[in-house]
Design a protein around this ligand. Structure first.
Ligand SMILES: [Zn+2]
Length: 207
């Protein structure tokens, strides 16, 4: 047991415990959530019960229950109807949700917005056999490691690191540039118009 998260009672008939944590990470506009959805859809097609969890504060478009991703050919982020996500705001809610839904696979979107407890919870679930897929920003707009992501990257069995295309020059972009909005706020949800993907040379400290 790590950090006292009692996940054992959520273990249902999973056969041998062979859990895993896969992390999709990179800057904004790099396709992390899309990759997450594609992987989870594969699991659904294999008749696995998938539970998708996202932080309660991600309420873009006032649609609390859906992964928000940029669809092919669209310029804006839109909620993805095929992948309903449940919002949770604390570790207790997270554990309760898993206990209630009894999934085979856990998907987590916008993981950077969760508290520091997320890593400890997920390694507990991995230890009892859950397959876990996580999408989140590795760095904030100041290029600082974002929320629980450093832990998740350390615990991960697999990491897919994505790049976007630099909005300025078109080169591979590893960073998220803040171009407006409140300058001191690390977390600014639902404001993709204030952000761009940038390469090393085109990125600058937010004002
Ligand atoms: Zn550039």
């Amino acid at each position: 047991m790590v950090a006292g998260y009692n996940t054992s009672c959520t273990l249902h008939d999973m056969g041998e415990a062979r859990g895993s944590i896969t992390v999709f990470t990179g800057p904004m506009f790099s396709g992390k959530s899309k990759a997450l959805m594609a992987r989870l859809e594969t699991k659904q097609r294999a008749h696995k019960k998938v539970l998708i969890i996202k932080p309660a504060l991600d309420n873009r478009f006032g649609v609390p229950d859906g992964i928000v991703a940029k669809k092919k050919g669209l310029q804006r982020f839109e909620p993805c109807d095929s992948m309903p996500a449940r919002s949770v705001s604390s570790d207790t809610e997270f554990v309760e949700m898993v206990k209630r839904e009894k999934p085979d696979v856990i998907g987590i979107d916008e993981a950077q917005f969760f508290g520091p407890w997320l890593g400890a919870v997920l390694i507990e679930y991995r230890s009892v056999g859950y397959e876990i897929f996580v999408a989140g920003l590795d760095l904030d707009a100041w290029r600082r490691p974002f929320g629980p992501m450093p832990d998740l990257l350390a615990y991960a069995d697999d990491i897919d690191k994505f790049t976007a295309s630099c909005f300025v020059c078109g080169q591979d972009a590893r960073f998220t540039q803040k171009t407006g909005g409140s300058s001191s706020e690390q977390i600014q949800v639902g404001a993709e118009e204030f952000y761009e993907a940038r390469c090393e040379s085109c990125w600058g400290q937010p004002n």
